[in-house]
Design a protein around this ligand. Structure first.
Ligand SMILES: Nc1nc2c(ncn2[C@@H]2O[C@H](COP(=O)(O)OP(=O)(O)OP(=O)(O)O)[C@@H](O)[C@H]2O)c(=O)[nH]1
Ligand SMILES: [Mg+2]
Length: 305
């Protein structure tokens, strides 16, 4: 294997404190094909990366997601390792991420941070948020992945180009994980070390705002994969509201008070809620039939090859 066939992709936004050392570390491990996609950093990140011998491209839009999508279109090497530029991941663990890909076992490997993280690498809020998001993903997609938000990954360029990616911000890792599942790629997870962010470089992530965006991305993308989950949540919400108002109406009725408008509202809540479940069942049917068609087409294509 020629090391040029592996592109180390580093998205950066004001990571001057760490990017130089990170590039040095990857070079020491024998990786010389390094692409930095920079969000027009103001602290000289691009200059430092270039001086260390990386190819530096300025992103044309905003957000980590836009940067990644732009970079996937530029890379020509067959294998890619994606790694954050904030020095929280170790270059020497790259080979273990690549192994399942090079052995042909996986299309996409996620570096799982949640087993070997150093003290201080996660704030309490980030750790709880990460765990909740992984559970939510598990329920929505029925696939157990331990760390869907990891910023250290390895994949083939072919497999990542197959994914339909639109998210421009920190939802990109979520979208990549969901799309890998939708496209039936072989995903593996490898335990990696996760270090605290350098004190000199500030985080670009807002745990509450970005956490909320990530959660809603998981939910919205579930519409085409698990519609029963998507519509079921809306349906449950309305049925629950109907049960609460209904219980109140009945309690009042026993006391001799008839609440006509609230009874109508109760009926509407429950009918709307049940309708959502029916939508879910119908959509589920459509998704299943669509999946069967895709499988047939894929099988035919494989036989023709
Ligand atoms: N090109 C580009 N890179 C970005 C942008 N936003 C963040 N990044 C980079 O993406 C990587 C991940 O961002 P972080 O701020 O470390 O986010 P995080 O790792 O989820 O959060 P922390 O745990 O706080 O480090 C870093 O290398 C950032 O420099 C952006 O808008 N454009
Ligand atoms: Mg980070």
């Amino acid at each position: 294997m020629n090391s040029k066939d592996i592109c180390i992709l580093i998205p950066t936004l004001n990571e001057a404190a760490t990017v130089g050392q990170l590039i040095k570390d990857f070079k020491k491990e024998g990786f010389s094909n390094i692409l930095v996609i920079d969000g027009n950093s103001k602290d000289g990140t691009g200059r430092i990366a270039e001086a260390e011998g990386a190819k530096v491209v300025m992103q044309t839009g905003r957000g980590k997601g836009q940067a990644m999508i732009q970079a996937f279109g530029l890379i020509e090497s067959p294998y890619v390792i994606m790694v954050d530029g904030d020095g929280t991941y170790l270059a020497r663990e790259a080979p273990s991420l690549l192994e399942p890909i090079l052995e042909g076992r996986a299309d996409h490997v996620i570096g799982n941070r949640l087993e070997k993280y150093s003290p201080g690498a996660f704030t309490k809020l980030n750790l709880v948020g990460n765990r909740l998001i992984n559970i939510f993903f598990d329920v929505a997609y029925g696939v157990h992945l331990k760390d869907i938000l990891s910023g250290y990954r390895a994949f083939t360029i072919e497999s990542v180009r197959e994914l339909e990616l639109n998210k421009t911000g920190f939802e990109i890792e979520t979208e990549i994980s969901v799309e890998c599942i939708l496209k039936k790629q072989r995903v593996e997870e490898v335990s990696i070390t996760y270090l605290p962010r350098s004190e000199k470089g500030a985080t670009k992530l807002n745990p509450v705002k970005d956490g909320f965006r990530i959660g809603s991305t998981i939910y919205r993308l579930a519409k085409v994969h698990n519609p029963m989950f998507y519509f079921g949540i809306i349906g449950s919400f309305f049925v629950l509201a109907g049960l609460i108002t209904g219980a109140f109406v009945i309690a009042q009725w026993f006391q001799g008070i008839t609440r006509v408008p609230l009874s109508v509202l109760t009926a509407l809540f429950i009918i709307f809620g049940l309708q959502m479940f029916i939508f879910g069942m119908l959509s589920d049917l459509i998704v299943t039939l669509h999946r069967q068609t895709i499988n047939l087409i894929q099988e035919r294509n494989r036989r023709e090859k």
